[in-house]
Design a protein around this ligand. Structure first.
Ligand SMILES: [Fe+2]
Length: 205
Protein backbone atom coordinates (compact mmCIF):
# COMPACT_ATOMS: atom_id res chain seq x y z
CA UNK A 1 0.00 0.00 0.00
CA UNK A 2 1.19 3.51 -0.75
CA UNK A 3 -0.15 6.76 0.62
CA UNK A 4 0.74 9.93 -1.21
CA UNK A 5 0.45 13.32 0.46
CA UNK A 6 -0.69 15.59 -2.35
CA UNK A 7 -0.75 19.38 -2.69
CA UNK A 8 1.02 20.42 0.50
CA UNK A 9 0.55 23.90 1.96
CA UNK A 10 3.98 25.29 2.80
CA UNK A 11 4.85 27.89 5.44
CA UNK A 12 8.48 28.99 5.65
CA UNK A 13 10.06 29.83 9.01
CA UNK A 14 13.39 31.64 9.11
CA UNK A 15 15.58 33.81 11.30
CA UNK A 16 17.76 36.84 10.62
CA UNK A 17 20.86 34.92 11.56
CA UNK A 18 23.54 37.34 10.55
CA UNK A 19 25.62 38.76 13.39
CA UNK A 20 24.12 41.84 14.90
CA UNK A 21 20.49 40.98 14.18
CA UNK A 22 19.49 42.22 17.65
CA UNK A 23 20.98 45.66 17.08
CA UNK A 24 19.25 45.74 13.69
CA UNK A 25 16.01 44.62 15.32
CA UNK A 26 16.30 47.45 17.86
CA UNK A 27 16.58 49.95 14.99
CA UNK A 28 13.43 48.49 13.47
CA UNK A 29 11.66 48.67 16.83
CA UNK A 30 12.53 52.34 17.28
CA UNK A 31 11.29 53.15 13.77
CA UNK A 32 8.03 51.24 14.26
CA UNK A 33 7.27 53.23 17.41
CA UNK A 34 8.34 56.51 15.79
CA UNK A 35 6.14 55.78 12.78
CA UNK A 36 3.11 55.34 15.02
CA UNK A 37 3.89 58.66 16.70
CA UNK A 38 4.27 60.49 13.37
CA UNK A 39 1.55 58.80 11.29
CA UNK A 40 -1.67 60.63 12.22
CA UNK A 41 -3.48 59.31 9.13
CA UNK A 42 -2.54 55.75 10.06
CA UNK A 43 -3.67 56.17 13.64
CA UNK A 44 -6.99 57.54 12.40
CA UNK A 45 -7.46 54.68 9.94
CA UNK A 46 -6.50 52.14 12.60
CA UNK A 47 -9.09 53.56 15.01
CA UNK A 48 -11.82 52.48 12.59
CA UNK A 49 -10.27 49.36 11.11
CA UNK A 50 -7.82 47.96 13.68
CA UNK A 51 -9.51 48.79 16.99
CA UNK A 52 -7.07 49.38 19.81
CA UNK A 53 -4.04 48.80 17.61
CA UNK A 54 -1.95 50.61 15.02
CA UNK A 55 -1.13 49.58 11.47
CA UNK A 56 0.41 51.59 8.66
CA UNK A 57 -1.25 49.28 6.10
CA UNK A 58 -3.41 52.06 4.68
CA UNK A 59 -1.07 55.01 5.20
CA UNK A 60 2.63 54.14 4.93
CA UNK A 61 2.56 50.76 3.21
CA UNK A 62 5.90 50.95 1.40
CA UNK A 63 8.29 51.33 4.30
CA UNK A 64 11.07 49.66 2.29
CA UNK A 65 10.97 52.69 -0.03
CA UNK A 66 11.03 55.40 2.63
CA UNK A 67 13.32 53.99 5.34
CA UNK A 68 16.92 52.75 4.87
CA UNK A 69 16.37 50.44 7.85
CA UNK A 70 13.37 48.80 6.21
CA UNK A 71 15.27 48.68 2.91
CA UNK A 72 17.92 46.69 4.77
CA UNK A 73 15.19 44.38 6.06
CA UNK A 74 14.15 43.81 2.46
CA UNK A 75 17.75 42.87 1.59
CA UNK A 76 17.99 40.53 4.58
CA UNK A 77 14.71 38.85 3.64
CA UNK A 78 15.80 38.22 0.08
CA UNK A 79 17.64 34.94 0.62
CA UNK A 80 14.71 33.57 2.59
CA UNK A 81 12.26 34.49 -0.17
CA UNK A 82 14.57 33.01 -2.81
CA UNK A 83 14.77 29.78 -0.83
CA UNK A 84 11.00 29.56 -0.36
CA UNK A 85 10.31 30.29 -4.02
CA UNK A 86 12.79 27.60 -4.99
CA UNK A 87 11.00 25.09 -2.77
CA UNK A 88 7.66 26.11 -4.30
CA UNK A 89 9.23 25.53 -7.73
CA UNK A 90 7.98 28.84 -9.09
CA UNK A 91 9.29 29.55 -12.58
CA UNK A 92 10.43 33.17 -12.29
CA UNK A 93 13.00 33.15 -15.04
CA UNK A 94 11.09 35.78 -17.02
CA UNK A 95 9.74 37.92 -14.20
CA UNK A 96 11.05 39.29 -10.95
CA UNK A 97 9.34 38.64 -7.65
CA UNK A 98 9.53 42.03 -5.93
CA UNK A 99 8.46 43.43 -2.59
CA UNK A 100 5.44 45.65 -3.23
CA UNK A 101 4.23 46.46 0.29
CA UNK A 102 5.80 46.59 3.73
CA UNK A 103 3.96 47.92 6.76
CA UNK A 104 4.00 48.03 10.54
CA UNK A 105 1.53 46.39 12.97
CA UNK A 106 1.38 47.17 16.69
CA UNK A 107 -1.02 45.13 18.81
CA UNK A 108 -1.55 46.16 22.45
CA UNK A 109 -3.53 43.99 24.83
CA UNK A 110 -6.88 42.61 23.55
CA UNK A 111 -6.22 43.66 19.95
CA UNK A 112 -7.05 41.04 17.33
CA UNK A 113 -6.28 40.81 13.62
CA UNK A 114 -9.17 38.89 12.09
CA UNK A 115 -9.04 36.18 9.44
CA UNK A 116 -7.81 37.51 6.11
CA UNK A 117 -5.65 36.88 3.08
CA UNK A 118 -3.48 39.26 1.03
CA UNK A 119 -5.13 40.10 -2.31
CA UNK A 120 -3.04 41.04 -5.34
CA UNK A 121 0.09 39.45 -3.90
CA UNK A 122 2.01 36.24 -4.53
CA UNK A 123 4.10 35.71 -1.41
CA UNK A 124 3.33 37.35 1.93
CA UNK A 125 5.01 37.22 5.27
CA UNK A 126 5.72 38.70 8.64
CA UNK A 127 8.87 39.59 10.52
CA UNK A 128 8.56 39.75 14.32
CA UNK A 129 10.09 42.78 16.00
CA UNK A 130 8.77 42.45 19.55
CA UNK A 131 7.01 39.38 20.94
CA UNK A 132 6.32 39.66 24.67
CA UNK A 133 5.97 36.35 26.49
CA UNK A 134 2.47 34.97 26.02
CA UNK A 135 1.63 37.02 22.92
CA UNK A 136 -0.26 35.22 20.13
CA UNK A 137 1.32 33.53 17.16
CA UNK A 138 -0.06 33.42 13.62
CA UNK A 139 -3.03 31.10 13.08
CA UNK A 140 -3.33 29.54 9.63
CA UNK A 141 -6.55 28.02 8.31
CA UNK A 142 -6.65 24.85 6.20
CA UNK A 143 -7.30 26.20 2.68
CA UNK A 144 -9.62 23.24 1.97
CA UNK A 145 -11.95 24.14 4.83
CA UNK A 146 -14.91 25.27 2.71
CA UNK A 147 -14.87 21.85 1.00
CA UNK A 148 -15.15 19.84 4.23
CA UNK A 149 -18.86 19.20 3.63
CA UNK A 150 -19.26 15.93 5.49
CA UNK A 151 -15.89 15.40 7.12
CA UNK A 152 -16.01 14.27 10.75
CA UNK A 153 -13.85 16.00 13.34
CA UNK A 154 -10.31 14.69 13.78
CA UNK A 155 -9.01 12.82 16.79
CA UNK A 156 -7.17 15.31 19.01
CA UNK A 157 -4.31 12.97 19.91
CA UNK A 158 -3.16 12.64 16.29
CA UNK A 159 -1.32 15.95 16.45
CA UNK A 160 -1.77 19.10 14.45
CA UNK A 161 -1.63 17.68 10.94
CA UNK A 162 -5.31 16.77 10.89
CA UNK A 163 -6.59 19.95 12.51
CA UNK A 164 -8.26 22.61 10.35
CA UNK A 165 -5.89 25.25 11.71
CA UNK A 166 -2.34 25.61 12.97
CA UNK A 167 -0.80 28.31 15.16
CA UNK A 168 2.87 29.09 14.59
CA UNK A 169 4.29 30.91 17.62
CA UNK A 170 5.70 34.42 17.18
CA UNK A 171 9.34 34.97 18.08
CA UNK A 172 11.31 38.21 17.70
CA UNK A 173 13.97 37.92 15.00
CA UNK A 174 12.02 35.27 13.13
CA UNK A 175 10.02 35.52 9.94
CA UNK A 176 7.26 33.58 8.25
CA UNK A 177 6.59 33.35 4.52
CA UNK A 178 3.50 31.86 2.88
CA UNK A 179 1.53 32.03 -0.33
CA UNK A 180 -0.74 35.08 -0.19
CA UNK A 181 -3.97 33.10 -0.69
CA UNK A 182 -3.49 31.27 2.63
CA UNK A 183 -5.92 32.70 5.16
CA UNK A 184 -4.58 33.61 8.59
CA UNK A 185 -5.31 35.65 11.69
CA UNK A 186 -3.70 36.89 14.87
CA UNK A 187 -5.80 35.87 17.89
CA UNK A 188 -6.39 38.47 20.63
CA UNK A 189 -3.25 39.54 22.46
CA UNK A 190 -3.78 38.50 26.11
CA UNK A 191 -0.70 40.19 27.58
CA UNK A 192 -0.19 43.81 28.61
CA UNK A 193 2.87 44.38 26.41
CA UNK A 194 2.63 45.31 22.73
CA UNK A 195 3.25 42.72 20.01
CA UNK A 196 5.03 44.40 17.10
CA UNK A 197 5.48 42.94 13.64
CA UNK A 198 6.28 44.02 10.09
CA UNK A 199 4.22 42.49 7.30
CA UNK A 200 5.05 42.46 3.60
CA UNK A 201 3.89 41.34 0.18
CA UNK A 202 5.80 40.21 -2.89
CA UNK A 203 4.34 40.14 -6.36
CA UNK A 204 5.61 38.80 -9.70
CA UNK A 205 3.21 40.75 -11.94
FE1 LIG B 1 -1.80 39.04 7.05
Amino acid sequence: MTLQRLFPTLVYQGHLKRNGWQAFNNRLLRECLQLRADDAAGRQWSAGNYPGGYTSYNSVSRMHRVSPTFAELERRLRKHVDSFVSTLQFDLRQRELAMTDCWVNIMPRHVVHGLHLHPLATISGTYYVRTPKGCPGLKFEDPRLERFMAAPPRLPHRGSEGLPWKVIPAQAGELLLFESWLRHEVPPNPVAAERISISFNYSWF
